[in-house]
Design a protein around this ligand. Structure first.
Ligand SMILES: *[C@@H]1O[C@H](CO)[C@@H](O)[C@H](O)[C@H]1NC(C)=O
Ligand SMILES: *[C@@H]1O[C@H](CO)[C@@H](O)[C@H](O)[C@H]1NC(C)=O
Length: 474
């Protein structure tokens, strides 16, 4: 058994050892800085000058102060960025460039990175993954009046209108014009203004048929459009028919009106992409990938499953595979792309776009199926500095300063955009008045009706003229 004194001595040796097993006061660390919003920002000026700030650089400064060494920041070689992508260029320089000691940023550990570089065992940052996706607009209301019923229902309604009108007409004709009731037929013929001609010997002339058809059709349509209207005939079978039609129309009309009203009062948005599966199935939204990030590599290297599908889609259009954050932002802002990346980036991007446009054009998807990302500090392979930095990072994490820095860097510059992160299912029906855009379908019908009426008027006028001409010619 170890005595407490021995334990204390070992502990003291450890503490003393920690503070004296290196002397880096003459050491100068040269860190690469990466433009990586919302964590770090690098702004390049003319002839190689640049200004930069951010969480990664704060960590680097803190580490330098803690471990007592000098530090400086450099830009990544642009030639290498163009060749390998931003992150890969940075790794390349750490591996090959004698002057570069590290990168002022935390990195997700992949097998490839671990094989090439040393990493701190304690992470400098912890984050999940999400997709930035464009919010799709509201569905067009132009055809809202067709929407409530599916085509089959419309077809059946059409058929039943025809059947009802045909039945009503044949009943009427049967009652009023059946051959063995000659006096009735005579009476009807006298009563009917249309049928004043004595040309026909048949009980039902074409004009009478059209007259009945027209009046029954108007009746049926009146009932369907909730306008009511009375029928002239009081025969029992006729009443049964009319009654059934009224009942039928009540059900149809009420369900139709209900759906139209609810579609006018609740804005119906197209469903946005919320996962990799949605994205793979989506025809509106394409994927944009960074080939130099962990997620980009995973998707591009996949040989099966949804990652393979997404990778193939990105490869179909090589412009969608990019190597730096500027191109990603450029693509995302068009509103046609989704981009998988760390959650903090996603939140910051959605918020900053809200600040720019004053509306939520983007949203964050559900968390992606990766385990939480632990982001480490990378050094040259077999570096003697890694362990000391690892312990220092653990100390830093305990202080909570990293989170403070991260949020201090991006929060003041973006407004709170809470409404951009509300789940769309929680949206309540709106209380604003119905707008013109909601009623486009009604005005469409109005326009078509006006056009048809004018057309038929013109047709009538020309036909009248022609017939007059024909008559005068004869
Ligand atoms: C950058 O330009 C300034 C003048 O504008 C010049 O004095 C300076 O030497 C230049 N630096 C480099 C690295 O070329
Ligand atoms: C950038 O990298 C290329 C290729 O390695 C090299 O030729 C060039 O000198 C580098 N530029 C700077 C400014 O270090």
């Amino acid at each position: 058994m170890m005595s407490i004194t021995t334990l204390l001595i070992i502990l003291m040796m450890a503490v003393v050892g920690f503070s004296t097993d290196y002397d880096w006061s003459s050491k100068h660390f040269n860190y690469l800085v990466v433009h990586n919003p919302p964590f770090d920002f690098v702004f390049q000026g003319p002839n190689g000058s640049f200004t930069s700030y951010g969480t990664g650089q704060n960590i680097a400064k803190w580490l330098a102060a803690k471990l007592k060494y000098q530090y400086s920041f450099s830009l990544i070689n642009q030639t290498l960025i163009d060749k390998y992508g931003t992150y890969e260029a940075a790794f390349y320089q750490v591996v090959h460039d004698e002057d570069i000691d590290g990168i002022a940023q935390n990195f997700y550990l992949t097998m490839n990175r671990v094989q090439r570089l040393d990493y701190t065992t304690h992470p400098g940052w912890v984050d999940g993954f999400r997709l930035v996706v464009p919010r799709l607009g509201e569905e067009s209301r132009l055809f809202a009046f067709i929407g409530p019923f599916e085509p089959l229902v419309w077809l059946l309604i059409f058929i039943s209108v025809l059947v009802i009108v045909a039945l009503m007409t044949s009943f009427t004709i049967f009652y009023k014009h059946y051959p063995w009731n000659a006096s009735q037929v005579e009476k009807n013929k006298k009563n009917t203004e249309i049928d004043t001609s004595t040309v026909t010997k048949r009980p039902v002339s074409r004009n009478i048929l059209l007259h009945y058809l027209g009046s029954h059709l108007i009746y049926v349509i009146n009932i369907m459009t909730n306008q009511g209207g009375s029928e002239a005939f009081s025969y029992f079978s006729f009443r049964v028919l009319a009654g059934i039609w009224v009942l039928c129309a009540t059900v149809l009309v009420n369900s139709y009106t209900g759906i139209v009203i609810s579609s006018l009062t609740t804005p119906k948005t197209k469903p946005s992409v919320d996962s990799f599966e949605d994205l793979a199935a989506s025809s509106d939204t394409e994927i944009v990938l960074r080939h130099d990030t962990f997620i980009g590599e995973q998707i591009l290297q996949a040989t099966s499953g949804v990652f393979k599908v997404l990778g193939d889609r990105a490869r179909q259009n090589p412009e969608n595979i990019v190597g730096d954050v500027f191109k990603v932002t450029e693509k995302l802002e068009t509103g046609h792309y989704a981009f998988p990346f760390v959650q903090t980036f996603v939140v910051a991007f959605v918020s900053s776009q809200y600040k720019k446009d004053q509306q939520c054009r983007f949203k964050a998807s559900k968390p992606l199926p990766f385990s939480t990302g632990y982001y480490s500090w990378l050094f040259k392979k077999k570096s003697s500095y890694t362990d000391a930095h690892s312990r220092a990072l653990a100390n830093l994490w305990e202080t909570g300063l990293t989170n403070f820095w991260a949020y201090k860097v991006f929060l003041p510059s973006v407004p709170r955009a809470d409404q951009c992160f509300v789940k769309s299912t929680h949206r309540v029906s709106r209380i604003v008045p119905i707008q013109l855009s909601d009623l486009t379908s009604a005005f469409l019908i109005f326009g078509i009706g006006m056009g048809l009426a004018t057309l038929s008027f013109l047709l009538e006028v020309t036909i009248l003229k022609i017939s007059k001409v024909v008559v005068s010619l004869m």
